[in-house]
Design a protein around this ligand. Structure first.
Ligand code: ATP
Ligand code: MG
Length: 1080
């Protein structure tokens, strides 16, 4: 914390100087320039010691956030840059911790930001003080009193859109813990003339416009109002609407705030009814009426408005009407009634409106106080916040009674400011044991005296005038002033006898001028008497008291005839003087905190800094004076601890730590820095520095030293950082290395282990095998020994038993057995023999497996034997026939369709018995060889295909064809000339005998024949040719073949399916190339 304090300070990063006390050189220009510089950099707050100067930024700055509140909370005043929160915090903490009641005095001219500042202070205190449901309700009520009072007490003026038209002092009460308990509000001098008349460009109080804009139609109707502003004489119309102000929304805010503060519904209703009545009063108009006795009399023009007011307030219409027409003066038990002329009637009306409104306002304050009153009787700590109009100086002679009063109040505030500041300064010096040096300053007590002196004061004189019987006018009042105050050095008037201002033309005759501490102000006496009297005719207050409206009745207690009081009510001036006196008394018991508000320009514009305007305000606020007072003697002071903390780095002995007392440390430090002795003084707890230059020198040195220290810290930090990093890396390296080594060792160990296991297993294997071998060897030896022993035993036994057995008996038995089996087998076979037919496939089953081959062989032999037997029964003739049949089978089986039919037919050969038939005697003779075939065939005519019968003869060497009838040999072909025999594969008997080319018989060509015994003929032809020529005859079986007829090669084609001639094949020569044979 101490380090933090040393680092962040008002003096760090300062724009200009944050505390005017340190301003060097100190004059008006540098003062303004410093403010301007800071203002341009958005620094709207500047200190003069503990006083805060606040310049209205006229725009919202981001410096009031909750974060900012936290930043300033519980920090020392000079720790951070100047801020209203710093002052609020300081005030709140010394209230809470040191039990000192506080007051916060906010001054400045209209629009300088006083009200805003007071709200900021309140919101800061609300934010930092205790929390809890009850406390929060109190806070909320305190805060919400603002919108209510602002609605009724603020108005738009040319200088400020939300100008407070009353002075306000609020005491906030806290318990010993610093939690708010409640509050009390005092109001000062509401500017009630505004109710009936507003200067150009200004408005009446906000509430009138808010009701008309924001109330619902029903509510307006209830209040007998119309929404249109122009309907009301009391509302200044030229600036009825203010830019950026939403009256309707504000109305809702106000009603809500009234509810939070604790107004009951019927109270709120009554308040608005009074407001409506005031507004409507303005619309009552009078017309003159002359009476017979010459007296002027007035009459209400339109009684409708009056009627409505009476309905609203519950006043008897006639009573009110009378109150507007007559004035009753009571003196010494005598009642005198006079009529009012039109001007007097208007005066009475306006007086009533003003009184009604200002009394309503005071009632509101009382009512709010009732709500926010602290509920306990315990001792309370108090924080007062004063938001009161600052000095008002209008151009030329526009200053009137109100300005006079206001300026008087400011004069008083200045006085207490000077008193308190100086007193504090003085007390501090005494407290700190510093020698007191006299401070030159202007004491405005004399001006206050001019105004408030009980005998010769201006206010006293005014009261005197007002009470004096006879004609009293403003002029008589001025005359009196001229007489009494002429010699006063702060009073100026042209009329006074020995006046120094007789020739001062800038001072009109109807005016007097006062030299206030803040400057000269010229006051116009017109209206002083009236305003001070603040007269309300008794008839009116009595009429009001008669109202059935309870609030109105309560506002006019003096109207009660029972309490009739002939004593005049206190004048406005004396009332104000009394309340100011009370206020001053109140303030004097408290620790003051000042906020001086300054308006940077007249245009309500952001970023604009009008030097002349600011200069004027600085002057009348006496700020320069303020600095001078503060700097009288010593410009700067600081407690030893923070001072040492801030500058200890400038000296070797105190840096970095000073072990002794802080004061001794500061002494060492200042000696070391060789600061001239007259420049500072040591107080009890603080060091006092005479000249700001010394402080700035210290600051410069500190800044330089901080840079060096920063470098040093950086150096050490870098070194530390590198070293830490290095150490960390080293540590890491060791960790990594150890892990790696462990890993490597582990791997190596595992490898060695596995090698050892391998070697071990090999050795164990080898040993085991060796052992196994030995055991096996041993086992075999044992077995061998056993076998040898068995054999040996066997031999021994056999040798011993040989004599008991015949040698080879077993073999014999075996052979015998076998023989017997064979014998049995054959005998069995004999019984089961199959038939002798070669085609019988039966054969008995085999009895023993070992006889398998024998059995098969036996079957084969038996078959061969029975075939032989079968063959043996054939004669030679039969053998020949079978041979031929066999030959035929080989040649035609499965080739020629005719063949199967031929199998059953015995080959007879000589079908024609040539030798026996005499007819063929000649033929028989011609053929001397043995005839193998003699048969009738059909010879096909080569030319037309027609068949002619011929006798076909085959002998050992020739083939002959002879005429059937005559027996003449037609053709003779030696077997050697037959080249080939062709036939179809069909079931027909056609065949062609091809002759070898160039042979003797080949002249006419090949023969085409047909026979019923084709198979036999072809077989025999084949066999004969083979035996005679030792050549195989070529037999071609095809359904299409070529024959040679003389020179032509003719194709013989067999066609199946022609059924023309039944089953007899027909032969037809188609052309010289084709001969068709149709077979069935
Ligand atoms: N701190 C601030 N930040 C932003 N705007 C501000 C600040 N202070 C004042 N203002 C602006 O200036 C206007 C006038 O301020 P404020 O009403 O506080 O003046 P005042 O001193 O109370 O004047 P009057 O004497 O007429 O009541 C405010 O309405 C607001 O717009
Ligand atoms: Mg204000």
């Amino acid at each position: 914390m101490a380090k933090m304090e040393a680092k962040t300070s008002l003096l760090d990063n300062m724009i200009g100087v944050g505390d005017m006390v340190l301003l060097e050189p100190l004059d008006e220009d540098s003062f303004i320039n410093n403010l301007k510089k800071r203002f341009d950099h958005n620094e709207v707050y500047t200190y003069i010691g503990s006083v805060v100067i606040s310049i209205n930024p006229y725009r919202s700055l981001p410096i009031y956030s909750p974060e900012k509140v936290e930043e300033y909370r519980n920090r020392n005043f000079y720790e951070l840059s100047p801020h209203i929160f710093a002052l609020s915090d300081e005030a709140y903490r010394s209230l809470r911790d040191q039990d000192k009641d506080q007051c916060i005095l906010i001054t400045g001219e209209s629009g300088a930001g006083k009200t805003e500042a007071s709200k900021l202070v309140m919101s800061y205190v609300a934010a930092v003080c205790g929390k809890g449901a009850e406390v929060n309700q109190v806070k909320e009520q305190l805060l919400q009193s603002n919108p209510v009072l602002e609605a009724f007490g603020n108005a738009k003026t040319v200088r400020n859109d939300n100008s407070s038209r009353f002075g306000k002092y609020m005491d906030i009460e806290f318990d010993f813990k610093g939690d708010p308990l409640g509050g009390v509000i005092s109001n000062y001098l509401l500017e009630k003339s505004r109710v009936v008349k507003q200067p150009r460009g200004e408005r009446n109080f906000h509430i009138f416009y808010q009701i008309l804009s924001g109330a619902s139609e029903d509510f307006l109707c209830e209040l007998k109002l119309e929404r249109d502003f122009s309907r009301y004489n009391y509302l200044g119309l030229d600036s009825a609407h203010v830019n950026g102000v939403d009256d309707a929304a504000n109305f809702r805010t106000v009603r809500n705030a009234m509810q939070i503060v604790g107004f009951m519904d019927h109270e709120t209703q009554s308040v608005f009814e009074v407001v409506a009545a005031v507004l409507k009063l303005g619309n009552i108009e009078f017309k003159p009426e002359s009476r017979v006795n010459g007296l002027d009399e007035s009459k209400i023009k339109d009684k409708n408005e009056l009627k409505e007011i009476c309905e609203l307030t519950g006043i008897d219409q006639s009573v009110l009407e009378r109150a507007f027409s007559f004035r009753t003066v009571e003196a010494k038990q005598e009642k005198v009634s006079t009529t009012l002329n039109v001007a007097q009637a208007y005066y009475a009306r306006d007086a009533l409106a003003k009184n009604l409104y200002s009394r309503l306002f005071s009632w509101l304050v009382t009512r709010i106080n009732e709500s926010i009153k602290a509920q306990t009787k315990v001792r309370k700590k108090v924080m007062g916040v004063l938001d009161i109009y600052g000095f008002e100086i209008f151009e030329s002679a526009d200053n009137s009674f109100e300005q006079f009063i206001i300026n008087y109040c400011n004069e008083k505030l200045q006085q207490i400011f000077i008193e308190l500041t100086l007193k504090e300064e003085q007390e501090e010096y005494i407290r700190e044991g510093i020698e007191w040096t006299h401070i030159e300053y202007f004491n405005n007590a004399i001006i206050c005296d001019l105004i408030e002196n009980n005998q010769t004061g201006i206010l006293a004189m005014l009261d005197e005038e007002c009470l004096r019987p006879g004609t009293v006018t403003d002029e008589t009042f001025l005359e009196k002033l001229n007489q009494v105050c002429a010699t006063h050095q702060h009073f100026e008037s042209r009329m006074s006898k020995c006046s120094r201002f007789l020739n001062d033309t800038s001072l009109p005759h109807s005016c007097f001028r006062i030299q206030h501490y803040a400057g000269k102000v010229m006051y116009q006496v017109e209206g002083f008497v009236d305003k001070n009297n603040d007269l309300l005719y008794r008839d009116l207050s009595q009429a009001m008291w008669k109202a059935s409206h309870s609030l109105i009745k309560a506002l006019f207690p003096e109207g009660n005839p029972a309490k009739i009081n002939l004593k005049r009510p206190p004048t406005a001036g004396s009332q104000f003087k009394a309340s100011v006196a009370t206020l001053m008394k109140n303030l004097q018991t408290k620790n003051p905190n000042y906020i001086r508000c300054i308006k940077p320009n007249d245009k309500k514009a952001a970023h604009v800094f009008n030097d002349a305007l600011v200069c004027h305000q600085i002057r009348y606020l006496g700020l320069l004076e303020n600095v001078r007072v503060r700097r009288a003697g010593y410009a700067f002071r600081q407690a030893y601890e923070p001072c040492l903390e801030r500058y200890k780095m400038l000296c070797r002995q105190t840096w970095p730590h000073w072990r002794g007392a802080a004061r001794a440390g500061v002494e060492v430090l200042f000696n070391e820095l060789e600061i001239p002795e007259e420049e500072f003084s040591f107080g009890r707890s603080k060091i006092f520095i005479r000249n700001p230059r010394t402080l700035f020198k210290l600051e410069d040195l500190r800044k330089q030293r901080l840079e060096d220290l920063a470098t040093l810290i950086e150096k050490i930090y870098r070194g530390w950082k590198c070293r830490t990093r290095f150490l960390l890396m080293k540590k890491s390296q060791i960790v990594i290395a150890s892990w790696y080594r462990r890993y490597a060792q582990q791997k190596k160990y595992q490898k060695t282990k596995s090698s050892a296991v391998t070697v071990q297993s090999y050795i164990r294997g080898w040993k085991a095998r060796k052992l196994l071998r030995e055991l096996k060897h041993q086992k075999r030896c044992n077995e061998a020994a056993t076998i040898i022993a068995a054999y040996w035993h066997g031999t021994q036994v056999r040798r011993e038993y040989r004599k008991f057995f015949r040698a080879n008996a077993g073999r014999k038995i075996y052979e015998f057995t076998l023989q017997r089996i064979m014998q049995k087998y054959f005998l069995e076979m004999k019984k089961k023999m199959p038939s002798l037919s070669p085609i019988d496939k039966n054969w008995p089953a085999r009895p023993y497996l070992f006889l398998d081959s024998t059995h098969k062989e036996l079957k084969r032999i038996f078959h061969l034997w029975r075939c032989k037997k079968y063959r043996d029964q054939f004669t030679d003739q039969q053998k020949l026939i079978y041979e031929e049949k066999l030959e035929a089978s080989e040649l035609f089986k499965d080739k020629k369709a005719l063949y199967p039919a031929s199998v059953g037919q015995p080959f007879q050969g000589a079908y024609l018995e040539i030798g026996k038939n005499p007819k063929y005697k000649k033929l028989k003779d011609a053929v001397d060889e043995k005839i193998i075939i003699a048969e009738v065939v059909n010879k096909i005519n080569r030319a037309n295909g027609k068949a002619t019968s011929r006798i076909f003869l085959l002998t050992k060497n020739n083939v002959l064809l002879a005429d059937q009838k005559s027996g003449n040999i037609k053709s003779e072909v030696p077997l050697g000339d037959v080249a080939k025999v062709s036939m179809s594969s069909q079931n027909d008997g056609f065949f062609a005998v091809h002759l070898k080319e160039g042979s003797g018989a080949a002249g006419k060509g090949d023969f085409l024949l047909s026979s019923d015994h084709l198979i036999e003929m072809a077989t025999k032809l084949y066999r004969t040719t083979l035996s005679q020529t030792k050549q195989k005859l070529n037999i071609e079986i095809a359904d299409e073949f070529l024959v040679q007829f003389r020179q032509d090669k003719v194709c013989v084609k067999f066609i199946q399916g022609s059924q023309k001639n039944g089953n007899i094949p027909t032969c037809k020569r188609k052309n010289n190339r084709l001969l068709e044979v149709a077979v069935p």
